[in-house]
Design a protein around this ligand. Structure first.
Ligand code: ATP
Length: 221
């Protein structure tokens, strides 16, 4: 059983990494694949280039075995639709349980995603609480959730796709939007992103980070 974690990762931060680790341990996933979105269809374009976002993500997962980066959305033209990504993964991994991981913020936006009702044909959805966002009480997600929600995680191993599982994780109120805002105002984002990601941001001047901050990161001995 493997986990799939898509996002813009603009930039990747400790909220993403900690959540992936907790879900991997809780469900016994053999691998978590981080799948950076090349061209986000449901939101404004990313601030950093796809190449910079990928470089930061690769640096962030480099020392965690079982965390891998999957660049298939970089190899396709047009918007990066999740359902197309899942369909291609399913062809490569027939019979494997695939768990698409997402925060409740992403889950509540699902009805706006292209062919969203086909996602469970290819994968399970593992959703975790984020920022106090609750499941909607009205609209298409109500029936979708009720029909597919399982209360025993063993169900995820028993078939390759089709269920929704809600996973408890430690809430870490970190967001890429807030990180970008801090950097653009000259603030420090240390302890919100891995040190090697911070070094990359500083040395490439991403998000308005200044070289002055980069210099202050260098430890004096
Ligand atoms: P932004 O703040 O710009 O919306 P983001 O931090 O939400 O960015 P994304 O790359 O858009 O990051 O999110 C990808 C996935 O990561 C989503 O499923 C989202 O719910 C999840 N996620 C983001 N931040 C956290 C966090 N602090 N803890 C757990 N999951 C998170």
């Amino acid at each position: 059983m493997i986990g799939l974690f898509g996002g813009t990762f603009d930039p990747v931060h400790l909220g993403h990494l900690r959540m992936a680790l907790e879900v991997r341990e809780a469900l016994g996933l053999r691998e978590v694949r981080f799948i950076p979105c090349y061209s986000p269809p449901h939101r404004d374009p990313a601030d950093a280039t796809p190449e910079d976002r990928l470089a930061m993500l690769k640096a962030a997962v480099a020392d965690e075995s079982g965390f891998v980066v999957d660049t298939r959305e970089y190899d396709r033209d047009g918007p990066s639709y999740t359902v197309d990504t899942l369909s291609s993964l399913r062809q490569e991994l027939p019979g494997e349980s695939l768990c698409l991981m997402m925060g409740m913020d992403a889950f509540v936006s699902l009805p706006g995603w292209s062919r969203w009702d086909r996602i469970l044909d290819f994968a399970h959805i593992v959703v975790f609480h984020r920022n106090g966002i609750a499941l909607p009480e009205l609209g298409p997600l109500v029936g979708f959730f009720a029909e597919h929600h399982v209360t025993d995680p063993a169900a995820l191993k028993a078939r390759p796709a089709g269920h929704i599982w809600v996973q408890d994780v430690t809430p870490l109120n970190i967001s890429a939007t807030a990180i970008r805002a801090d950097l653009s105002q000259g603030g420090s984002v240390r302890y919100l992103v891995p040190d090697n990601v911070l070094a990359y941001i500083q040395s490439n001047g991403l998000y308005g980070a200044s070289m002055r901050q980069a210099a202050s990161l260098t430890k004096k001995v």
